[in-house]
Design a protein around this ligand. Structure first.
Ligand code: ZN
Ligand code: ZN
Length: 538
């Protein structure tokens, strides 16, 4: 094809594309006639249809006319929503009197929801705050999002007016500032500390109650027994988050909350699972043998560490506040790595089969011993462990909720030791009864020229070379003595669950109104307890 013909062809295709685009625009905006014709002609069709330039769409198809406007001299009409603080209502201002805009706001006026301003016919007043009006206009007008705009300052003005109204609603409830409980909420529940940093407002309320009772000789144990009765009736021990908040309200509440927390803690179904002789597994084939019961989490290359699982030990709580292995025999477990090659050699081709260790040697791939502490929630608990299925979609027995993992390394030092979990909530006490590291050197004969078949020369004696091979072997025995579990770890699990749910609820609320200070404070308490913050969190 000649160049001129090709250009002509391209022009024709471009023309067709524009014709189709204009048709789509008339379809969406109505075919302009009479007075509206020159107005519509002055508007940017790319803007009307697709808004500002969308680089993603442009990236996808450089020649599309449907990627929006990258800035031009034509008009870019829209409705701007604002907030009128004097009459506490939303304003909607039309930049250009296109019939689609005028008809929409006229319809709102007919329904009694909007009123055209007497002095400025381009402006309408809509009852209510900006946030819910923006949501309902986006949902109900049929206008694409870029055609309805608002400013951050208008939204802030509307939000603060709406928030003031919300906070004023329940009689005499003052808006509160940062809860002091939130700042303190990640303390461990060691149950014998004497921190008296309760929330000032709550303490003030309690003091009031106490003062009023002074005449009748206020009796703290009386208040405690009432709280205890409430706590037991409402089964608060199954609601760790409420206990967490209650604990920080006043002295009596703290005593009762910690009593209930201690009861809850003592009733937990906990188990320790020893995992020994871990080996790094590389290569895709390994993944078919993956089982979360005895393997570490999978990394981005589907590599993981697989362990030999030893018998799980159930723990029972004792009066000393610790958990002890119920089966004393299972509390002692041992490991034996077998001979691990210390160097790569030419005998071994590092294939993709099961057991391959990637680029390292067997010694490098050895990951030693660890143990996992799991909690098996009961039916009364809000927490449900995530279900496990294998790659054939079969349901596997639950592993419970993993509360902590303790790594002992390849060859831990002999003797009594303690380890604290990364969360700081769990302490394991154990004794390494035995820990051996054995270095082994073996001599092997190797064919000098690497010739295996021996077809070359029968008469010539084959020369053999002696090679030394180095191995290392780890073995030993550990006894788990006891484990201390802080109630904070249970609070964290609950807070995590509630925080997720709350995040979703907040996103729904924000379509209609700003969050109240109490909602924000509660959310902050949750994110303190979990240590998790998301973008846009209060
Ligand atoms: Zn434009
Ligand atoms: Zn109180």
């Amino acid at each position: 094809m000649e160049i001129s013909a090709w250009i002509g062809d391209m022009r024709e295709r471009k023309r067709q594309e524009w014709r189709a685009f204009r048709g789509a625009a008339y379809n969406e905006w109505g075919k302009p006639s009479g007075q509206e014709y020159p107005l519509f002609k002055s508007c940017c069709v790319k803007w009307l249809m697709d808004g500002p330039l969308n680089p993603d769409r442009f990236e996808f198809d450089e020649y599309t006319i449907r990627a929006g406007c990258d800035g031009c001299k034509q008009a870019h009409p829209k409705i701007t929503l604002g907030f009128d603080p004097v009459s506490a209502c939303t304003t909607a201002t039309i930049s250009h009197p296109l019939s689609r805009f005028v008809n929409y706001l006229g319809r709102l006026q007919d329904e009694g929801k909007a009123h055209q301003d007497m002095h400025n016919p381009a402006m309408y007043r809509i009852d209510g705050y900006l946030r819910p009006n923006l949501t309902s206009m986006r949902k109900g007008s049929g206008f694409k999002p870029h055609l309805i705009s608002t400013s951050e300052s208008s939204m802030e003005a509307s939000d603060s007016a709406q928030r003031a109204e919300l906070e004023a609603k329940p009689p005499a409830k003052k808006p509160r500032t940062e809860m002091s409980s939130a700042a303190k909420s990640d303390d461990p529940y060691n149950f014998d500390d004497d921190d008296d940093e309760f929330e000032a407002e709550m303490v003030a309320a309690c003091v009031q109650v106490e003062n009023r009772q002074k005449g009748e000789e206020f009796n703290r144990t009386g208040l405690e027994s009432v709280l205890r009765l409430v706590g037991e009736t409402m089964e608060l021990k199954h609601d760790p988050l409420t206990l967490h908040v209650l604990r920080r309200t006043c002295k009596s509440a703290k005593i009762v909350a910690e009593e209930l927390a201690r009861q809850k803690l003592a009733s937990l179904d906990l188990a320790v699972t020893p995992l020994v002789d871990g080996r790094y597994r590389a290569g895709e084939d390994n993944f078919h043998f993956y089982d979360s019961d005895n393997c570490s989490k999978v990394d981005e290359n589907l590599h993981f560490v697989s362990y030999k699982k030893r018998e799980s030990m159930k723990l029972s709580s004792a009066t000393d506040g610790y958990f002890h292995p119920r089966n004393v025999a299972a509390a002692t477990f041992s490991w034996d790595s077998g001979s691990l090659k210390r160097y790569e050699d030419d005998y071994n081709s590092w294939g993709e089969g099961y057991g391959t260790t990637g680029d390292g040697t067997e010694e490098d791939a050895y990951s030693g011993q660890k143990m996992r502490l799991s909690w098996h929630p009961r039916s009364t608990d809000l927490i449900k462990p995530s279900p496990r299925i294998n790659m054939y979609e079969q349901v596997l027995p639950s592993l419970g909720v993993s509360l902590a993992e303790f790594h002992f390394g390849d060859c831990p030092n002999q003797g009594v030791a303690t380890k604290t979990s990364s969360s700081g909530y769990i302490v394991a006490e154990y004794e390494v009864l035995e820990s051996n590291t054995q270095e082994i050197t073996e001599e092997e004969e190797q064919d000098d020229d690497g010739n295996v078949n021996g077809y070359d020369d029968d008469e010539e004696e084959e020369e053999k070379k002696v090679v030394t091979r180095d191995y290392i072997r780890y073995s030993g025995t550990i006894k788990i003595n006891r484990v201390k579990v802080d109630f904070g770890v249970i609070v964290r699990e609950y807070a995590f669950k509630v925080q997720n749910k709350m995040k979703g609820e907040h996103l729904e609320i924000l379509k209609e109104r700003p969050l109240t200070e109490a909602e924000k404070a509660y959310y902050r308490m949750l994110s303190k307890a979990t240590g998790i913050r998301w973008a846009g969190d209060p």
